[in-house]
Design a protein around this ligand. Sequence first.
Ligand SMILES: [Zn+2]
Length: 251
Amino acid sequence: MTRTDSSVPADLASIVEAHGKAVAAGDNLAVLADFLPDRVGQLIGSADVPTSLKSSDVQSITDAGDGFFDAVIRYTRPDDECFELRSRWVRDGEGVWRTFSVRNIPDTAPWMDLTGPSPDGLDAPHWDGLRTGKLLLQRCSDCRTWVWSPRPICPACHCFEMSWEQVDPVGTVYSWTRTWQPFTKEATGHLPYVVVLVELPGAGNRRVLGVLADADGVTPRIGSTVHGEIEQPPDDEHWPLMRWHLEGHPS
Ligand SMILES: [Zn+2]
């Protein structure tokens, strides 16, 4: 049964219904016609959809504010397994609604291949540290300046003796951005996701880049407290991932 807000326009409900049927039928021309023209490339790469499907079922359409509406459509694969996509719709003229974004749900992104040591190997101790459950940042052995990202010499005193020390993974959001493009194939199905620049008071306010957990529909505030949790990879081929959680947000 479809759950719809009373504020959902009637013409949108039928368009979403038809869109689900077109996706399930593999009618790519009809599906593409529903996409906002300037977002076609992004939308094609956004959702992880099997090539063959049996059916579609609109689960809900809800008001997402600012003229956007979110539709959750459940699709059934030939083996009767189900998965859900959430598409966001916006009015694009009288009687015309188009897809603004689409993603697989839930939003937990397993994109392990994005992570790992850089080619120069300077940050290798950092990644080895994550494997043992520790956040390690570089620190000058002489003047004790924290350094990130890693360098061969201390930028403060030019000493070559650089060490690695453990840092409490608690900080504040210095900046953030919501990424809408599937820059790598691992991101497909998980757009948009939020990248945060986290300032670490425990490391001389050095800032580290990371991914915000449970960020679907969440708008972070600059200065919000976040804590990092290290997620270990499924095998030795991949690297751990530090995900940042907003304080007071269920993890
Ligand atoms: Zn130094």
